[in-house]
Design a protein around this ligand. Structure first.
Ligand code: HEM
Length: 494
């Protein structure tokens, strides 16, 4: 039998009706005492929280990670402890530059963020669908993102700002080439790979450190929109990726990704012998040197019951690692360790880790107290300082990582693109060369289309600077783009 619940105020007072405000006579003014009206209006006015400063538009689901291969020689992380072990996961996919209501098929990298609920705490891997990034120093992130958002004067997206920035930062070339290929407009979220992108570390039982890259290979196969299809989809269904993910999970067609890692020994990564910096986020580790090693399968199999509760309020942070998994000296990663929890304290509030989707389901014990919206008992009568003579909480030295060898005694502002760190061209060049003729031609078409949007007094200067960079990546690429833009090749400084 259907159970009938009484409609109540937020404080639990049942009330008689919910559609007519209290008034003096049927046509007279309203009474200030109609508290139910106030409460409804006041709560509604506070429904929006700040959207994420980047990656505002997204979709998410719960799932399971299952270990299929033994990697315990690299890590003691409990999530990888034995074949067959299952761990609950929450994932959120996103676009980067658009607002919360923007179209899902915009040309943009896609966020690929995962929260693994492990016994040793929540492990967050906050990656993208690309193995590299546009910049290599976190100081540059805010400036870069400004160019991807709206122009402060016109309030419009500005290809001029974007190409101005990219052309002044050749380190962006690798990521921009991927973005301009059809991988920049994936067919929803199920048909793309995911990457941890940074170099992370793993630590095994013997306390040995390895450096690793995480790869998630889509079991659905890569599928992309062309430029025109993506543009058409914007007007047909702004929420294509949300619908595609939700409907497939709802219909029992659970998307899967195979997790693989690349591994470098600590010695290889730090002795300086490798021909580029293994902690440079604008570079991939060639598979021929560091082959992919199978680890497990990630499956998404449960839509959230409530989007706002579980997806809008989820907080992923690269700082959230667990025993057996560590950071690396990648400068971008180092910057991100600080940025995310800081953003989330602002976006969700001081005690955001208590929101059920963010809370570690196993154990959280500490001396943090009070703050807005503290709802977990606040430590009750227990001591609120450490050390103390009353409780039995202790630190555990077995979680200590091996010391990190550093190759310098000098603090300075080192040029991120110093000699030996300034080859921005070889890897994108190889990427272009291994594309099929169709992929190459679509990429060229997409770049010409995007660069055609550069306008204003600096149009020629910006176009020339970027063409010069494309030419250095691959002369045919540069030449074809110049032709497409009807730009005289002689005008190039080459
Ligand atoms: C220094 C560089 C970076 C900074 C400072 C930065 C900062 C941020 C901030 C503040 C947010 C919003 C967090 C929130 O409100 O919950 C965010 C979201 C995100 N970032 Fe970054 N980011 C950087 C680079 C990257 C890189 C390299 C990747 C991928 C490899 C990445 C992937 C993501 C993803 C996937 C999200 C959305 C997470 C979600 O779904 O909630 N970011 N970033």
């Amino acid at each position: 039998m259907k159970s009938h619940k009484k409609l109540t105020t937020a404080s639990g007072r049942p009330y008689l009706e919910d559609e007519n405000s209290q008034s003096v006579g049927s046509r007279g003014p309203l009474l200030l005492q109609d508290y139910i009206l106030h409460e409804k209006m006041a709560h509604f006015n506070r429904e929006r929280i700040p959207e994420r400063v980047v990656h505002a538009k997204g979709s998410g689901a719960f799932g399971t990670f299952t270990v299929t291969h033994d990697i315990t020689k690299y890590t003691k992380a409990k999530i990888f402890s034995k074949i067959g072990k299952e761990t609950k996961v929450l994932m959120r996919f996103s676009t980067v530059g658009g607002e919360k209501g923007s179209a899902d098929t915009e040309r943009d990298p896609r966020g690929f963020a995962m929260k693994f609920y492990t016994e040793d705490g929540n492990w967050d891997l906050v990656g993208n669908n690309t193995p590299v990034f546009f910049i290599k120093d976190p100081k540059k992130f805010g400036d870069f993102i400004h160019t991807q958002k709206r122009d402060p004067h016109t309030n419009l997206k500005s290809p001029t700002m974007m190409w101005d920035y990219w052309s002044l930062n050749p380190e962006s070339l690798h990521q921009v080439l991927i973005l301009m290929s059809d991988r920049g407009t994936p067919y929803g979220y199920r048909h793309m790979h995911g990457f941890g992108s940074h170099t992370f570390s793993m630590i095994n039982q013997a306390n040995e450190r390895f450096y690793v890259k995480f790869h998630f290979k889509t079991a659905q196969g890569i599928k992309n929109f062309t430029n025109d299809q993506a543009a058409h989809m914007k007007s047909h269904d702004m929420d294509f990726s949300q619908r595609d993910l939700f409907d497939n999970i709802d219909g029992g067609n659970f998307p899967k990704w195979d997790l693989k890692i690349q591994v470098m020994t600590e010695e290889e990564a730090t002795n300086g012998d490798y021909y580029f910096n293994p902690f440079d986020l604008t570079k991939v580790w060639p598979h021929a040197d560091f082959p992919l090693i199978d680890v497990g399968v990630l499956e998404l199999n449960q839509n959230p019951q409530n989007y706002f509760q579980d997806i809008e309020q989820v907080a992923f942070a690269p700082a959230h690692i667990v025993d057996g998994i560590g950071y690396s000296p990648d400068k971008m990663l180092q910057g991100r360790l600080l940025s995310y929890p800081d953003a989330q304290r602002y976006r969700l509030g001081t005690n955001y880790e208590q929101i059920p989707v963010n809370r570690c389901p196993f154990a959280t014990n500490n001396y943090q107290r009070d703050g807005q919206m503290r709802v977990d008992g606040n430590g009750g009568q227990n001591p609120n300082y450490f050390p103390n003579s009353f409780d039995d909480m202790e630190v555990d030295q077995s979680y200590k990582e091996p010391p990190l060898p550093i190759n310098s005694h000098f603090a300075d502002w080192y040029d991120r693109n110093c000699e030996g760190e300034n080859d921005h061209y070889s890897q994108p060049g190889k990427l272009f060369q291994i594309m099929t003729p169709e992929e190459q031609s679509n990429t060229i078409h997409n770049i010409v289309d995007a660069m055609s949007g550069i306008h204003g007094p600096k149009k020629e200067e910006i176009t020339r600077r970027q063409l010069f960079l494309w030419y250095r990546v691959d002369p045919r690429l540069g030449t074809e783009i110049a032709k497409g833009l009807r730009f005289e090749l002689e005008a190039l400084p080459i």
